[in-house]
Write a protein that binds this ligand. Sequence first.
Ligand SMILES: [Fe+2]
Ligand SMILES: [Fe+2]
Length: 328
Amino acid sequence: MANELILIVEDMDLLREGLREILVNEGFSVITARNGREALDQMHNKVPELIVSDITMPVMDGIDFYSAVRARKEWIGIPFIILSARSEPADFTVSRHLGVDDYLVKPVSRDELVNTVRSRLGRFQQAQMARVQQAYLDSLIAMANAIETRTHQISHHIENITIFSMLIAEHMGWAGRRLSTLRFAAILHDIGKIHIPGNILFKTGPFSPEEWELVRKHPITSAEMIKDVPFLLDCVPFVRHHHERWDGQGYPDGLSGEEIPDGARILCVADCLDAMTTDHSFASARSLDDALENIISLAGIQFDPSIVLALQTIWRDGRLGLFHSGQR
Ligand SMILES: [Fe+2]
Ligand SMILES: [Fe+2]
């Protein structure tokens, strides 16, 4: 199964070969070195995904080798397992102090070696995956915020709609992948506004029919912009329909009631709540109480009544108020 690259650093030929054979038999690719210096030379050609290293070695010992590896930014995350001949408390203390990931005492059994390597690689790969996902999320937020603040206004719109929609959805029992799809949809719902000229988007007076036509296209443009990204495919219906109304009077497709995708109905409530409680060039911010009263009065007209009910409960529990006052 696995063919991750493991570097074994051990000065005793027989032992180094034995360790290599065990890991090769388990399906790993293995490179070896006789001391820290040789290992560093190897690493300049091929960067391993995990290192198993002896401590006591000629030329460069395991502790110096560990420090040299951790001194390089690009090698700092490579899992490092120390393998020592003695259960020497001093070695153990130094290793722990340095932050060595695992410490195995020779003679180490085949199972102990393989299990330690596997579990350390597994944890490392999970952490890597989490970092990549977080970086992806951060990039999307940065892009969405850049579009939102084209006129250099400070805006919390992306942040607020994301948190409001998460609060509502979690209250309604959403979890896991469904919830994260909604989170991405909240971040990306208005990216199509990049195609609306600034003089229209931030106009203080009413729109001409042509300008209004252009503004009403933004959910379609947002959906078009993400439809070819496989990871974001599930977000497309939520993004496209976030301006539909429960009574069918919304845009772009005039869907009504439960024809509107559930995530889009949540985004619609969260979007309006933030719009009402934020200062705009065309209207000043309402209080949260005032905005909620307005949203409640539009349940069954503009908004899905069950979502408005969820919002009311969150508000009554104090969760919305606490969050909202912290934002301003
Ligand atoms: Fe929008
Ligand atoms: Fe919006």
